[in-house]
Design a protein around this ligand. Sequence first.
Ligand SMILES: Cc1ncc(COP(=O)(O)O)c(C=O)c1O
Length: 416
Amino acid sequence: MSDLLSLFPPGSGLAADGTLLVAGCRADDLAAEFGTPVLVVAEDALRARAREYRRELSARWPDSRVVFASKAFPCTAVQRVMVEQGLGLDVAGGGEILTALKAGADPGLIVLHGNAKSDEEIALAVEHGIGLVVVDNADDVDRLEATGRTQDVLVRIIPGVTADTHSHVLTGHEGSKFGLAPSDAARLIQRIEHSPRLRMRGLHVHVGSQILDVEPFAESVAPVARLGEFEVYDLGGGLGARYTWADEPPTVATYLDALIGAARQHLPAAAQVIIEPGRSMVCTAATTIYRVTTVKRGAITFVAVDGGMGDNLEVALFEQRFEAGIVGRFDGPGLETVTVVGRHCESGDVLVDGVPLAEPRVGDLLAVPATGAYCYTMANNYNGNRRIPVVFAHDGHVRLVVRRETWDDLTARDVD
Ligand SMILES: Cc1ncc(COP(=O)(O)O)c(C=O)c1O
């Protein structure tokens, strides 16, 4: 069971008494200082992954950029780490533009996405000099032209590739709501090329998320290349992360061998290549620590914790499997298979369905690894949940980067 450790952020360990250590910080100390649930990010692991992506991409395609898909963990502190590591930021919408700028991102290295960009978001993008706006539809072009400003754009293509992942996180299949079928894209590209204000820089493609094989990435390149030669090709994100024992995600190197292999075959050698990893950049760098509030034994043993779908919607959204362990007793004895549930009023509020825990008791701390991707993103106030804090752990030291919401925060927007 101490194999469970391999799912925690690189550099995690066990103290002499068996307590989980994340970046040298004891899980029980973190819980005592910040309360539970708390989302703990191993800062070095985050930085190392960003560097790995940059190194591996530039080794294969020198004129290239890694752009972090902010949506995977859109907190200013995480965006700042990515900026400090020399990455650009992919943002979806006005809010992420503003947090990216606050994080110190060079506006020229920001890529704006969205299948339903508003006038306000387009205005924010052009006013702040966002480097690339990814056109998803003809209305984007109308809105961009209406600003009267010049803007570099990419056009998002549906490659017609159906990756083997949950349907809720597929984006490159025929019939996707994102992007344009190649024939529609070709017409819009012509229009943009005749626009006095828009500069048609290149194409964008993204096939989906939590993809654990490399073929769909490689397959997405040829349909894009068929639309002609451009200066920039943004080949999206989507590489899967390791959540559970069974997951064997390709390494960054293997993923890029396939993707850039296809790029070499199909794209102009002088073009710039951008990639936009999100999930695989941040997932395993973080863990959530909960407190067990109830253990209910019956046909099923339910171990209920003080969080759940208010801080982790990944299970409800696309049935993502997580693992878990009792802090201090990863190795047992007395392992029993239980269902870990949250505190929210939904039967779907399950964190882990069927996981071996060692004699779970009220008051224990429970650690769930691989919560770095999309958990902070989709945190919510369901059942009056106060969204949980984020702390960065580094070399035995910890700092709070996002505080827990207060009870007052829950009514702060009320006007009557
Ligand atoms: C356009 C775009 N790029 C990049 C990503 C990041 O994907 P992932 O987090 O799976 O790497 C997404 C997320 O779905 C996306 O929509």
